[in-house]
Design a protein around this ligand. Structure first.
Ligand code: ADP
Ligand code: MG
Length: 338
């Protein structure tokens, strides 16, 4: 076989394998785009678990008519200009891959209106078989992206979709993670045209109400509040050593949700040292670190980060948690400080 460059569409579909695993991954990429666009209100409408429709509407800064097609191309991003920018990235996206990937495996419509543009415009891309079509439309300031028939042209992937109920529960769980990453953004989730979740924007930076809404009353009442650190490295959030069915395990680095092994390990170690082995400590933890001290470009879906001073960060988390977790014989007197 001779070596050939893959056609763009095929290359996008292959890349889509890395970021678009299931409807929830589409929701993640699109909501993160809305957050990066400065939206304060985001609506997530799902039909049939996302098999049929995923629609994200935001009131962010919008995309100019001339940039609609570009937004759908691979490696097209407004968030990164140079390698230096990658060193201290503050936006959630930067790879310029999501829209190209998603549009290569679905029927995607992108409608948008920036504040300063008089009319709204809409771009339609179907599996990227054909050129993107652009036409005027009605839309308030902001952006709506509709993703229909996910994986319609990649039957092998479509086969891996689970039931509508399972796919929707992944979306619901993802939205909880996002809801805890930004208390100042209001998020509405509908399924088959019924409102399922409504996270209202909170003024307070601590967001206890939202934590209670996401993690439950028991967590809110029993968890201890942590706050620790200096300018370069900060940790805050809640930890809860008790609770048998604790599924509240959320961690964030510089506002980005993570399933980071180092953070998990540090949390477990702190609990082990104080209260002995615990299967499932509950936590909502925010680590804030100088962006130059962390590499976010480790994983295509950005679930993991690499800390330059891993040992230091690990030990800092262990110490911070040990300060608030009480030994087993003193437990029961835990109280949230909020
Ligand atoms: P990335 O987020 O890595 O830049 P994407 O493929 O997700 O790449 O998006 C490409 C570009 O499209 C973004 O850089 C941004 O300029 C624009 N964009 C995408 N979604 C939105 C949105 N909801 N509001 C405004 N601009 C958007
Ligand atoms: Mg993006």
């Amino acid at each position: 076989m001779s070596i050939e460059i893959l056609p763009a569409r095929l290359a996008n579909q292959i890349a889509a394998g890395e970021v678009v695993e299931r409807p929830a991954s589409v929701v993640k990429e699109l909501v993160e785009n809305s957050i990066d666009a400065g939206a304060t209100k985001i609506h997530i409408d799902i039909e049939r678990g996302g098999h049929k429709l995923i629609r994200i509407r935001d009131n962010g800064k919008g995309i100019e008519k001339d940039e609609l097609t570009l937004a759908l191309s691979r490696h097209a991003t407004s968030k990164l200009k140079s390698l230096d920018d990658l060193e201290c990235i503050s936006s959630l996206g930067f790879r310029g891959e999501a829209l190209a990937s998603i549009s290569s495996v679905s029927r995607l419509t992108l409608s948008s209106k920036p504040q300063e543009q008089e009319t709204a415009w809409q771009a339609f891309a179907e599996g990227r078989d054909m050129a993107v079509k652009i036409q005027p439309t009605a839309h308030p300031v902001g952006t709506t992206i509709e993703v229909k028939d996910l994986f319609f042209n990649t039957p092998a992937r479509r086969k891996f979709l689970r039931t509508e109920k399972t796919e929707f529960s992944h979306i619901d769980e993802l939205l909880k993670r996002i809801a805890l990453s930004r208390f100042d953004i209001s998020l509405t989730l509908t399924h088959n045209q019924k409102v399922v979740r409504q996270y209202r924007a909170r003024e307070s930076a601590h967001g206890v109400k939202r934590v209670a809404q996401v993690a439950g009353k028991e967590f809110e009442q029993c968890a201890s509040f942590i706050e620790s650190g200096s300018d370069g490295l900060k940790l805050n959030g809640w930890v809860m050593p008790v609770g048998s069915s604790n599924t509240t395990q959320y961690s964030y680095v510089n506002g980005r949700m993570m399933r980071d092994k180092l953070i998990l390990h540090a949390i477990r170690q702190a609990f082990e040292e104080v209260v002995g082995e615990l299967a499932l400590p509950g936590f909502v933890i925010y680590v804030d670190i100088d962006p130059r001290q962390v590499d976010v470009n480790v994983h295509p879906a950005k679930h993991e980060v690499r800390f330059h001073q891993a040992r230091l960060v690990h030990d800092f988390i262990v110490q911070a948690i040990k300060q608030v977790v009480l030994p087993a014989d003193q437990a029961g007197s835990l109280e949230s400080e909020q």
